[in-house]
Ligand binder design. Structure first.
Ligand code: SF4
Length: 400
């Protein structure tokens, strides 16, 4: 079919201007019920569009300004460099406009690489996804809880959740972080935060661009927002520039261990400006390697007295060995150094995966032989052949 040919559905498609009108209407309808607003900002395309369109609507008087507006930037310490770089510039613009900008970052020991390489918890996976809540949701929750502590009344938290084309027929919010180029964390903010202890009942969430299609997000970031003085062009470039809509990369942590491919990073390094970040492609293979049995401890299925242990998964795989952590640390530092040597030569933004404080904390935790709860380091590694202990307690001896 000719793309220019009109269809029965043409009238149902909203333009960007219609989409912005709907955004303004939702903010006007729900905003005045809350004196204080907070914007959960991840630096990705949806939350950057949300943030800048809200600022625009307030500045042009289309939406009444709240008593206070706080932008909370979720810094996982694993952000995609071009997005982190653009976020820094946007935050500088916000501060210059007098907006209160706060950074939500996990405490040292809970940051992704410190938790993994210092404490020895294996890389997150679909069956053991410890990361989103720990490095994104809980730090955001803590900043909001502190705000609530010092602020009477309720807070309206605005997120960049977007369901795009399906919005009109399906208003469910996708909790997963991997659909339709979504940004990891946005759905979690919407679903998990309002119920968090210390917050329950005092925070409402609103997703004012819920109905925007992805092409409208790009149009806003590439043309409309820059014309208003927002440095959002680099965000679109980081997602693939003119091809961003087709690529529709999902963003989250650099080398996200849960994504089958790091499409966002693959896209970024195709640009000459960011090609020096290519060594970061080594993160995903490292995470895969760290899941191998030889780098992990495993329960024998028997307790200290030789009796069958309790629990279902009696011979479960567990934490990273101390050698695995040392190997992982050297590999990540090597990747970081390689990027930064090139960055320094080219005058480009530096990579900051592990800073000196994090490195020394990881080394300290390894030296102290720190193990996750329930493990003491005496367990065999996962590649050691063992008698099989079944869930019902039966033992099958090793055939020798
Ligand atoms: S992007 Fe990946 S690694 Fe980062 S928090 Fe989300 S799921 Fe976890």
């Amino acid at each position: 079919m000719n793309r220019a040919q009109s269809t029965l559905w043409d009238d149902m498609r909203t333009t960007l201007s219609d989409a912005i009108d709907l955004t303004a209407q939702s903010l006007c309808a729900y905003g005045p019920q809350h004196e204080h607003w907070a914007i959960a900002y991840s630096g990705g395309k949806d939350s950057s569009a949300t943030l800048t369109v809200i600022m625009h609507l307030i500045e042009t008087g289309r939406v009444p300004a709240p008593k206070s507006l706080t932008v909370v930037y979720a810094d996982t310490r694993m952000e995609l460099i071009p997005l982190a770089h653009a976020a820094q510039q946007i935050m500088a613009h916000l501060r210059a406009r007098g907006i209160d900008v706060r950074i939500a970052v996990a405490p040292m020991d809970l940051r992704l690489l410190v938790y993994m390489l210092g404490r020895g918890v294996p890389p997150p996976s679909n069956s053991f996804r410890w990361c989103t809540r720990q490095i994104k949701v809980e730090p955001m929750q803590e900043v909001l809880a502190n705000m609530l502590f010092s602020t009477p009344g309720t807070i309206l938290m605005l997120t960049g959740v977007r369901v795009g084309e399906s919005a009109q027929r399906d208003a469910r919010i996708a909790l997963s972080c991997g659909k339709d180029g979504a940004e990891c964390g946005q759905g979690w903010y919407q679903e998990v935060l309002p119920e968090a202890p210390g917050i329950r009942g005092r925070i409402a969430t609103l997703a004012p661009i819920l109905h925007w299609r992805v092409c409208q997000v790009w149009d806003w970031l590439m043309f409309e927002a820059p014309a208003l003085g927002w440095p959002t062009t680099d965000i679109a470039v980081a997602y693939g520039g003119d091809e961003a809509a087709e690529i529709n990369a999902r963003t989250g942590c650099t080398g996200c261990a849960l994504a089958s491919r790091d499409v966002a990073l693959e896209t970024v390094i195709r640009s000459l400006l960011w090609a020096y970040l290519t060594p970061l492609m080594g993160l995903k293979p490292l995470y895969r390697e760290l899941r191998l049995p030889k780098w992990r401890l495993r329960k024998t299925g028997l307790d200290a007295d030789g009796a069958v242990a309790t629990g279902k998964n009696k011979q479960r795989m567990g934490p990273l060995t101390l050698d695995a952590r040392r190997m992982g640390l050297e590999r990540v530092l090597g990747i970081q150094n390689e990027c930064n040597e090139a960055a320094t030569r080219l005058g480009r933004p530096l990579v900051d995966l592990i800073n000196p404080e994090e490195e020394s904390r990881i080394r300290e935790l390894i030296a102290a032989e720190t193990w996750p709860q329930g493990w003491d380091g005496d367990e065999p590694t996962g590649d050691v052949p063992l008698d099989t202990v079944y869930a019902d307690g039966l033992i099958q001896k090793l055939l020798v």
